[in-house]
Structure formats: C-alpha cells, structure tokens
Design a protein around this ligand. Structure first.
Ligand SMILES: Cc1ncc(COP(=O)(O)O)c(C=O)c1O
Length: 287
C-alpha cells in the first residue's frame, strides 16, 4: 500500500484528503519539489532543499518544518514505500482559507503533502539503455517567473501536451529572440565539439538540480569546456549533441529535433561520458 505524508501524519495515499478551499487547489499557490532516491539514498538533497527555501521565500510562505524535519519525513516515506527507486514529490501550499481572495490571507497554516512514485533504475551511459528523445520546438509561452518551482504548471502542461501530440513527448522552447530557454519539464544541454553549453539561469528557466550537478561534475571530473551561455535556435539545430536533464531522467540524449537528426541520430559520445560520470558521482555531496 502506498503511504503518503499529509500535514502531520503518514496515511495511505488513497485516504489522503485536503480541503477544496486550500489555496493550492484554488490558485496553484504553492511550491513543489521532486527529489530522486535509489535504495533509500536521496540525490542532491541540499540543492533541492535550497531551491525549495528560495521558492517559499519568494512567494512568502513560512513553514514550521526545518531541513532536519523535512529530511526525516522523506526518510520515513522511503522506508514505508519499500526503499526502491523512488521519486519523492513534495508540495507545500499556503493552506486553507474560507474566503477565496487573490490577496494572501494574513495568516494560514501551510499544507504539506508528500508521496513517492517509482522512477526508472539509474542510467549508466549505455546508449542502448536510455530513451532516445525525438522532440519538437515551440516558442516559450509560459509566464515570466519560470525560476519559481510553482505548482501553477498550466503553461508547462500545455507545452508538454504539444510535445505529446507531436509524438515525441517533450518540446525545446525558445524565447521571442530565438534563444533557447528549456524544455517543458527539463533543462537542456547542447554540445558543439568539445564544448558543453547550457543557457544561463534567469527568470525564464528553472534552476534544475540535475543541471547544477551535471555542471559541477563535468567541471570537476572532465576536460570538456563547460559554459553557461545563450544558445540560439540555429546553434541548437546544428549541434553535435543535445541532452535533456531532470531529476528523474538525469541526462538523456535527444536524437532528433523537428524530424531532423541531431548529429548522426544516435546518442553521442559526450553524452555517454557525461552520464557515466553522473552515474559515478550522483551520491557525492553537492552544495
Ligand atoms: C520546467 C523544468 N525545467 C527543468 C527541470 C529539471 O529540474 P531538476 O533537475 O531539478 O529536476 C524541471 C523538472 O521538473 C522542470 O519542470
């Protein structure tokens, strides 16, 4: 039986209930995280908790749970759900008010909901054991605060559905100046020769934990040139390799964009090197 955590209790997932007057339900007024774990070991925990705190500060939700309390909840949740390959979904909303009003209420008690879901076994850098992504492109039509990991995800949901309807399941998105932002639920890396690039962080992209870990690992462990720089649509379309990154995927190769092969249409050697390094170092300590 799947076990979830809601406010103060561990409960069977199917019995977890919140009020329809919760501002998370009414307004998408909340922050979420997805933290991967393998065999009961959390990956990138500090980076996830820092991003959570940044998001909560930005939208002014105070929570009574400190890092130790949250970590204890995650550990117990993993235990109760079998300690396999699990993603931990955590959502904190501003809580319940009996009047629907856009403005924040003076006081509310935040709602904390967490549950686990199965994720695939870690990818090793073997091209035969990884998804080969065939993606399409779109103008990024989301809001101007994509750096906040908000539960208001309709912009991302609509872009993801474009990817699903195109047959590939993800889209690469570009701003009005044809600069790469990210994908509907991933960050994006682009390889030209020996250089691995990803767009710099700003309010048009989520600060992905996997992106951060990959940058740290590649800078410390490889001789590749690693840069955070604007990347034009033309540079993406003529790249040797393109990768998606997210907590549940780590690094996964894109093999075609809008029906045109990326490189030779197979996962590239730099991807394989990068994901092999990620496989060796995912449990290192990251700050
Ligand atoms: C829009 C968006 N960008 C990037 C990411 C990757 O973030 P992370 O590596 O922290 O999972 C996600 C993950 O959900 C996302 O939704």
């Amino acid at each position: 039986m799947a076990i979830a955590f809601l406010n103060d209790d561990f409960v069977p997932l199917e019995e977890a209930r919140i009020s329809p007057m919760d501002r998370g339900f009414l307004f998408g007024d909340g922050i979420y995280e997805v933290i991967p774990s393998y065999g009961g070991k959390l990956i990138g925990l500090n980076l996830h908790l820092t991003r959570l705190e940044n998001g909560l500060n930005e939208i002014k939700i105070d929570i009574p749970w400190n890092r130790a309390a949250l970590t204890a909840i995650f550990k117990k949740l993993m235990d109760q759900n079998g300690n396999g390959n699990l993603g931990i979904y955590l959502q904190i909303t501003r809580g319940v008010t009996m009047k629907r009003n856009h403005a924040f209420p003076a006081t509310t008690t935040p709602t904390l909901f967490a549950y686990t879901f199965d994720i695939p076994a870690p990818v090793t850098g073997d091209p035969d054991k990884v998804t080969h992504w065939k993606v399409t492109t779109r103008r990024d039509l989301r809001w101007q605060r994509c750096h906040i990991k908000s539960t208001s995800l309709l912009g991302n949901v609509l872009h993801m559905m474009e990817g699903v309807n195109d047959g590939g399941g993800e889209v690469l998105m570009f701003d009005a100046n044809d600069q790469l932002t990210e994908a509907a639920a991933c960050n994006v890396f682009v390889v030209h020769g020996n250089e691995v690039k990803t767009p710099p962080l700003d309010q048009h992209k989520l600060a992905g934990v996997t992106r951060d870990m990959a940058l740290q690992i590649l800078r410390a462990r490889s001789s590749l040139k690693v840069t955070e720089t604007q990347i034009t649509r033309d540079e993406v379309l003529h790249a040797d390799e393109v990768w998606l990154s997210s907590s549940t995927k780590e690094l996964e190769p894109v093999v075609s964009i809008d029906g045109r092969a990326v490189g030779d249409g197979q996962p590239g050697p730099i991807w394989s090197q990068a994901q092999s390094l990620f496989d060796l170092h995912r449990f290192d300590h990251f700050e």
